[in-house]
Write a protein that binds this ligand. Sequence first.
Ligand SMILES: C[S@@+](CC[C@H](N)C(=O)[O-])C[C@H]1O[C@@H](n2cnc3c(N)ncnc32)[C@H](O)[C@@H]1O
Length: 211
Amino acid sequence: MPIAPLLAKIDQERLRDLRAQYGTLPSDSPGLWRHYAKYLDVEKHMRQNVGRAQDLDLHRQPRQRILDLGCGGGFFLFVTQSLGHDGLGLDVAGIPIFDSLVEMLRVDRRICKITGFEPLPELDGKFDLVTAFATAFQGGREDSWRWGAAEWDFLLTDLKRQLNPGGRIFFELNAAYGGQYYTPQILEVFLKHGGVMERERVLFTKESARG
Ligand SMILES: C[S@@+](CC[C@H](N)C(=O)[O-])C[C@H]1O[C@@H](n2cnc3c(N)ncnc32)[C@H](O)[C@@H]1O
């Protein structure tokens, strides 16, 4: 799937403005904002998300309704929208680079903080695919807390409730557990929900569960 037609859809003047505004933030601005300045490399992130969409076979699927958890700048939803799918992103607000990228890429985002043991809000119907790439809601290197097995179990049970029959859940996990993607206890929960693991990637279907 060529990325040139995707890049051609981007407002270059707006992108230049964003690079000027956020490309070199002062050293006293929040560390996360400076870290996320890497998302201004639009070509790199477009290419990465084309790969993600293709790995999920979305270039061959009929119209899917997609929910992307922690959607960041919205690149994945932008790519999948270009493939004819419908997307909704969930993310926290207040990270200016992401707020601006989501607006520039014209993707639909709802502000929602994913929190352990709290169900997702009602999202106006069910989804065929729920994704979460480079996940951060479970805690990261800079946090003193991490989700345990019970929080993951709650999230997976809740996400399956949001799926259409045959629907899929796909996580691309960050290595949040001392450099590991999950603990043995979390692995047990993933297996209970029928997860198929390949390094940082975990795939479930609505119906999958350990037999
Ligand atoms: C590393 S970025 C990944 C962004 C995007 N998924 C990607 O791969 O390009 C992690 C994202 O998770 C979001 N995030 C972190 N904690 C969250 C929470 N509790 N609920 C929702 N989003 C969260 C961040 O704001 C950020 O957009």
